[in-house]
Write a protein that binds this ligand. Structure first.
Ligand code: HEC
Length: 128
């Protein structure tokens, strides 16, 4: 009984602690490599670079969504009224359509948590 209780506590504790601890504590260098493969066709990320199909992503983490001047966002993303933090970016990069209804980012999403964490960690480095 005692042993079962211990195992139960460990399982319970790790499920509470690890998702929080591991969230977006990714590898920025790997995130940049993934970005170059999966996002760069549509997004630039250096400060002041022009938009492509999607907006430039410099400074996107930590601010409100749909703020890049001169970029024509979908009505969906404007209406969603989001702030980009670890949690909202994680959900968006898992399934863009679940977070922004009628948005115009055509991206299937990353199933792997570590892919999302690494890319988000990379996005966080894009600020002054
Ligand atoms: C096929 C083109 C395409 C690909 C690939 C793509 N995006 Fe996008 N992305 C867009 C478009 C278009 C928008 C604008 C969405 C809207 O207006 O609804 C957008 C919007 C965004 C936003 C919100 C920007 C803002 O100013 O609020 C983020 C963050 C983002 N993309 C990250 C990524 C990341 C990270 C990847 C790679 C994993 C990626 N995108 C891949 C086209 C793309």
């Amino acid at each position: 009984m005692n042993r079962l209780f211990k195992i139960f506590s460990i399982v319970l504790l790790s499920s509470v602690i690890f998702p929080l601890a591991s969230h977006a504590e990714g590898d920025a260098a790997n995130g940049e490599a993934i970005f170059n493969k999966k996002c760069k066709v549509c997004h630039t990320f250096a400060k002041g670079d022009k938009a492509r199909i999607g907006p430039n992503l410099y400074g996107v983490h930590g601010g409100k969504a749909a703020q890049k001047e001169g970029y024509k966002y979908s009505k969906g993303i404007v209406a969603a009224d989001l702030t980009w933090d670890d949690a909202t970016l994680d959900a968006y990069l898992l399934k863009p359509r679940d977070v922004v209804k009628r948005g115009k980012m055509v991206f299937a999403g990353f199933k792997k948590q570590s892919d999302r964490d690494d890319v988000i960690t990379f996005l966080k480095t894009l600020k002054d």
